[in-house]
Design a protein around this ligand. Structure first.
Ligand SMILES: [Zn+2]
Ligand SMILES: [Zn+2]
Length: 323
């Protein structure tokens, strides 16, 4: 069980521990960011809490909508708020008491930066720092969703954004002897195949508009794929086997020089999300739905003792009364 004042849990997975230690040793300048990621990876190991919140996919969603689009996530509010509070405490300029943990989680899952910025203004926090914190806060939930909803992924997916959570890929992975191009999501860890010559962001397929940059030192396993049409870029890694979901952001962190090289040449990653999920995050009450409905009636009943009887409420009124 999580307690709001409990300390950050550390990853128990030995492979994660060793990789985090190596990244920490080789990239001391990334410590602030790494500390947040390490906390998120540790929290992701609390599978019971987060997998209990995995929603059922929306019954009818457009063909191009990711699995999590328009879903309603119902989670253990106490556990989720506690986690967000512990994470925010790692970033001292942000006062955890002034940020609504569930609102931050929802905005981050939906990739709604405007809402995160509004939360930052209201909570007197630095907007960019809160965007990063929001994404780290959402990691345990999104990785649980990827584990539990893998069977819901469409058999074919032609979009550049993640078929599960709608984010742009962090990396294009070329694995094994076949060197097939597989895009990987840094949030939920999902991978999806996409043709080699096609821009992730604008669907450009003209060979003359697509190219890649490689480090001059001759390293061939890492490159930057660029599109001259939209000026977008994505990093490309050649790997022996597919990266574990937890390793994607660690690799992203250790390859920041590639991002710097791309940015210096005028390439960038889109500000807009791949797909706006429009998820709702609500809190599970201690006594479940029974109290939610029964409590609503009880409250109305008590109100009736002091006020003249009102016409029977519709179920929407009840829900609004509970909000
Ligand atoms: Zn994803
Ligand atoms: Zn493009």
């Amino acid at each position: 069980m999580l307690w709001s004042n409990a300390r950050i849990r550390h990853a128990r997975n030995v492979a994660v521990q060793e990789r985090v230690a190596a990244v920490r040793r080789d990239n001391p300048e990334s410590e602030a960011w790494l500390g947040l990621l390490e906390a998120a990876l540790g929290e992701s190991e609390d599978r019971a809490t987060w997998e209990a919140a995995v929603p059922a996919p929306a019954a009818e969603r457009p063909v191009k909508a990711p699995v999590l689009a328009h879903t309603q996530v119902t989670l253990d509010g106490r556990a989720a708020r506690g986690w967000v509070r512990r994470l925010l405490k790692l970033s001292p300029p942000v006062n955890p008491r002034r940020i609504d943990g569930l609102a931050l989680l929802e905005a981050a899952v939906c990739h709604d930066d405007a809402r995160i910025d509004a939360l930052a203004v209201a909570g007197d926090a630095e907007p960019h720092a809160l965007r990063v914190l929001g994404q780290m806060a959402a990691l345990p939930l999104l990785q649980a969703c990827a584990r539990r909803l893998a069977s819901e992924l469409p058999a074919t997916w032609w979009e550049g954004y993640c078929p599960l959570c709608g984010a742009w890929p962090v990396v294009a992975e070329y694995t094994g002897l076949e060197r097939k191009r597989q895009l990987r999501c840094g949030r939920c860890g999902t991978g999806w195949a996409i043709p080699l010559l096609r821009c992730v962001f604008c669907d450009e397929t003209d060979h003359d508009k697509l190219s890649y940059l490689t480090p001059e030192a001759g390293e061939q396993t890492r490159k930057i794929e660029v599109c001259h049409s939209c000026r977008g870029y994505v990093k490309g890694f050649t790997t022996v086997r597919a990266l574990a979901p937890w390793a994607i952001l660690l690799d992203d962190l250790t390859t920041v020089p590639l991002d710097v090289a791309a940015l210096e040449r005028g390439y960038r990653r889109p500000e807009r999300p791949g797909y706006s999920l429009e998820c709702l995050i609500t809190e599970r009450r201690g006594w479940g739905r029974l109290v939610e409905v029964g409590g609503g009636w009880w409250r109305l009943l008590r109100r009736g003792l002091h006020h003249p009887p009102a016409p029977p409420p519709s179920s929407t009124d009840l829900r609004r009364g509970e909000a």
